[in-house]
Design a binder for this molecule. Structure first.
Ligand code: CAA
Length: 264
């Protein structure tokens, strides 16, 4: 995978988009490599992923403008589908994916960050959907996910004006959960990911599915989705061990002790 690096530390996988010379812009090859990286994650051992970009200047500066510049209508649609398919895969990936945004997250960069479960970023991060300045629409999910995350009015203003926003504004509008220094970005992401990895893994996956699937529907259907997933937890060893530990008062239940939990 030439443009993507993957490493695993304990139960946390780190996927790094590595095309630093082009500020990690997403061309077809990068999209293919990312797709392969997600396909190769060992879900029996990895419980949380971090997605970041190489270097400290840019997370992803968008889809590759050079590649897009000569596309026909049909090719444009196919390129959009290629990005959308990958980002939908990330969004519905069985385990949580945290975007650690280390600089520019523009166009496709903002869009891939939004397909992750949540985002933390460095102080030098900059977010935006500058596509209308290039004569196109956001094409990898920006017209859909930005409004869901920050509200219709703010999303429309950002997209129609092509205005980029800095990390403090991204925090204020809820596009990111936390802003830290560049040096602290990966350590902070790893700390959050490790905390997630220490929880009962089947329950974490079920929470992701319940939140994602429920968000697509009305509250009654969402409650029904939740009930099924809640019920399914009672067939797991994690539930028996987790509740058993509490009842035996063996440990402080607020202390994480699910490290030994199995994915069954
Ligand atoms: N596509 C292709 N190459 C890109 C790129 C992109 N999106 N963004 C940066 N690069 C390349 C530059 O061409 C340059 O390459 P060379 O050294 O070979 O000239 C290299 O990365 C460094 O970039 P700059 O010299 O421009 O760096 P800078 O610090 O002066 O500016 C920047 C940084 C403000 C991010 C600027 O590069 C920029 O505006 N990039 C484009 C951002 C953008 O418009 N993104 C949206 C793309 S459209 C999209 O993503 C559609 C979609 O929804 C699917």
């Amino acid at each position: 995978m030439g443009f993507v690096k993957y490493e695993v530390q304990d139960a946390v996988g780190i996927i790094t988009i590595d095309r630093e010379k082009a500020l990690n812009a997403l061309n077809s090859e990068v999209l293919d490599d990312l797709n392969a990286a997600f396909d190769n994650v060992d879900l029996d051992t990895v419980r949380c992923l971090i997605l970041t970009g190489a270097g400290d200047k840019s997370f992803v500066a968008g889809a590759d403008i050079g590649e897009m510049s000569t596309l026909t209508k049909a090719e444009g649609e196919a390129f959009g589908k290629k990005g959308n398919d990958l980002f939908l895969k990330i969004e519905s990936f069985p385990i949580p994916v945290i975007a650690a945004v280390n600089g520019f997250a523009l166009g496709g960069g903002c869009e891939i960050a939004m397909s992750c479960d949540f985002r933390i970023c460095s102080e030098n991060a900059m977010f935006g959907q500058p596509e209308v300045g290039l004569g196109i629409t956001p094409g990898f999910g920006g017209t859909q996910r930005l409004a869901r995350l920050v509200g219709m009015g703010m999303a429309k203003q950002m997209i129609y004006t092509a205005r980029n926003i800095k990390s403090d504004e991204a925090l204020r509008i809820g596009l990111v959960n936390q802003v830290v220094s560049s040096e602290e970005l990966l350590p902070t992401a790893k700390k959050i990911a490790s905390t997630i990895a220490m929880q009962a893994p089947i329950a974490v996956r079920a929470c992701k599915k319940a939140i994602n699937d429920g968000y697509q529907t009305d509250i009654n259907s969402g409650a029904a989705i939740e009930e099924k997933l809640f019920g399914s937890c009672f067939e797991t060893e994690d539930q028996r061990e987790g509740m058993g530990n509490f009842l035996k008062k063996k440990d402080d239940p607020t202390k994480v002790k699910h490290v030994a939990f199995q994915n069954k």
